[in-house]
Design a protein around this ligand. Structure first.
Ligand SMILES: Cc1cc2nc3c(=O)[nH]c(=O)nc-3n(C[C@H](O)[C@H](O)[C@H](O)COP(=O)(O)OP(=O)(O)OC[C@H]3O[C@@H](n4cnc5c(N)ncnc54)[C@H](O)[C@@H]3O)c2cc1C
Length: 510
């Protein structure tokens, strides 16, 4: 009888054994070889950083242990995936490849195309399974948004894949195993090495613990805490790096959420919070779909009229500095502050969105290209379609850090000042400067006139967007990437479903 081909399971951003369709399918087909390729080019990309690697390394250690319980190894190869495939093919003869689909950055897309053509040339089947509600190669979601929602629902309600209990391990895997999992943290791969002392831990066990504490306890205060950097730290789900690295599957989170919601059905605060949270799980896939449908979002300003506009600058704004210092130390900041940082960088400082996007990508442990680049362009007003939201950091401090506790924690040089002056210390009157021993420009930098700068860019963008050509281009973007407004007659009176609210930002004029 002919030997079954070796079933190579390629782990990517799906570092778990539970609800892992490629692993389950591979185990049913023959001897399994689970691999993770540490590809130098991936880690040298300008949006890669040590904190991403550390999170991945935690998760790989956890994955290796979990695979061990199934009697399977985790083969850690250092080098390109193409070289690994060639080496496996030479050694084993017949192989089959199993993985999840990935919507990553331009580099991972090009790598996947190379892998696809290698597989075709070498008659190696490559079975890709879906793990998010993203539809591969879809050029426009708008044509049939209902169908898109329906397929999301179908995928999320399908039974989760169970970890295979009778898997047979492929022999001879050690020949391709380059590094012991214990030494992963010591690898230097050429990425940005800014330390992140309060980084979230990776690994499925940690992801499950974070989820349990959210859905059983912390989640009740979710809705009221979202915009506030201190409260969101505690009452946000904090699942983002786990979803980005796939230590938890989106489907298991959706299904677990629906089970838990029933428990709290009588409690309005829980119900509202869980509804708001559930909507974010939709946004996750909606945003990644944008990058899947329009990969140039990663590099090129979406709207043609708005390309090549901005220049460089400096900051000295307390809430902005507090956010940046907190982000550097912890690898995480809440949504509103992320939006404000991009808004300040682009409108307040006049920077082009791309450099700040790379800088923030390196600082977010949860960096997910499909969410990150579309969000950055949207907050920078570069989509040319959604309403311009320019966040003033002084107002944001008043609204979302009214006690000044967050700024005090991260910008301690301002704590000698009374609260009312901490959001704009440069404006401290002369008499108070002496009283508090505080000299703007000496004790803390004086910022540029960011309010004036923001007015300038906002006006410029409005004018650019009003030209007939720009309007036409906006419509083309809406047609391709945004939710289309239904004609008035079809618009029901009832409230928009929560999971669509953010998308409406992409609709012109709203
Ligand atoms: C400029 C900018 C860049 C961003 N870059 C990233 C990124 O690289 N990776 C990332 O995961 N999120 C990104 N976000 C979205 C959002 O800020 C984070 O997902 C959220 O703060 C993570 O915290 P949490 O897990 O507690 O989120 P929760 O509020 O608990 O939400 C649960 C999950 O839903 C998804 N989600 C939440 N908000 C959004 C949103 N607005 N759009 C799409 N998906 C969402 C995330 O997967 C998140 O983990 C970005 C937002 C902005 C404004």
């Amino acid at each position: 009888m002919a030997k079954a081909p070796i079933q190579v399971v390629w782990f990517k951003r799906d570092l778990r054994i539970h609800d892992h369709t490629p692993l389950s399918n591979a185990a049913a087909a023959g001897p399994v070889l689970p691999v993770f390729a540490i590809e130098p080019e991936q880690w040298q990309a300008p949006d890669s950083a040590l904190r991403h690697w550390q999170f991945a390394a935690d998760s790989l250690a956890d994955l290796s242990q979990a695979l061990g319980t199934l009697g399977l190894p985790l083969c850690l190869w250092q080098g390109s995936m193409l070289d690994l495939l060639a080496a496996l093919k030479a050694h084993y003869g017949e192989i089959a490849l199993h993985s999840h689909e990935e919507t990553g950055n331009a580099w991972s897309f090009a790598r996947d195309l190379d892998v696809k053509s290698w597989c075709q040339q070498h008659e190696t089947p490559w079975h890709e399974a879906r793990q998010h509600g993203v539809v591969r190669g879809l050029k426009s979601r708008v044509a049939d948004l209902n169908a898109w929602e329906k397929q999301w629902e179908t995928l999320m309600t399908a039974p989760t894949a169970t970890a295979p209990q009778n898997a047979q391990a492929a022999q001879g895997w050690q020949a391709f195993h380059h590094i012991d999992v214990k030494h992963l943290h010591g690898l230097t791969l050429g990425f940005d090495t800014t330390p992140c002392p309060e980084r979230q831990q990776g690994g499925r066990s940690e992801g499950r613990a974070v989820w349990r504490s959210f859905v059983n306890q912390r989640g009740r205060r979710y809705r009221g805490s979202l915009s506030k950097p201190l409260l969101a730290w505690e009452f946000g789900s904090r699942l983002s790096p786990h979803l980005a690295w796939g230590t938890l599957s989106m489907r298991e989170v959706v299904q677990s959420l629906r089970r838990q919601r029933k428990k709290h059905a009588e409690d309005t605060a829980w119900t509202r919070s869980m509804r708001a949270f559930a909507s974010r799980l939709h946004w996750h896939c909606h945003f990644i779909q944008k990058l899947e449908s329009e990969p140039s979002i990663e590099h090129q300003t979406l709207h043609p009229a708005l390309r090549g506009l901005r220049e460089r600058g400096q900051t000295g704004v307390p809430l902005v500095d507090a956010c940046m210092r907190s982000l550097i130390a912890t690898g995480w900041i809440n949504f509103r502050m992320r939006a404000m940082l991009i808004s300040h960088a682009t409108f307040g400082l006049g920077l082009h969105w791309y450099e700040p996007a790379l800088h923030l990508a390196r600082l977010f442990t949860d960096f997910e290209p499909g969410i990150h680049y579309p969000q950055v362009q949207m907050q920078a007003g570069a989509t040319g379609t959604n309403a311009l939201w320019v966040y003033n950091p002084i107002k944001q401090a008043e609204d979302n850090d009214p006690s000044g506790e967050f700024v005090a924690r991260w910008v301690p040089e301002l704590t000698t000042l009374p609260l009312e002056w901490r959001a704009k210390p440069w404006a401290l009157p002369e008499i108070l400067r002496q009283r508090f021993g505080f000299q703007p420009g000496v004790n803390y930098p004086i910022p540029n006139d960011f309010e004036c700068e923001a007015r300038h860019w906002k006006k410029m963008l409005y004018e650019l967007r009003r030209t007939p050509d720009a309007r036409e281009a906006s419509q083309a973007i809406v047609d391709k990437l945004a939710r289309q407004r239904k004609p008035p007659a079809q618009r029901a009176k009832k409230a928009k479903p929560a999971h669509r609210q953010q998308l409406s930002l992409f609709v012109e004029g709203q």
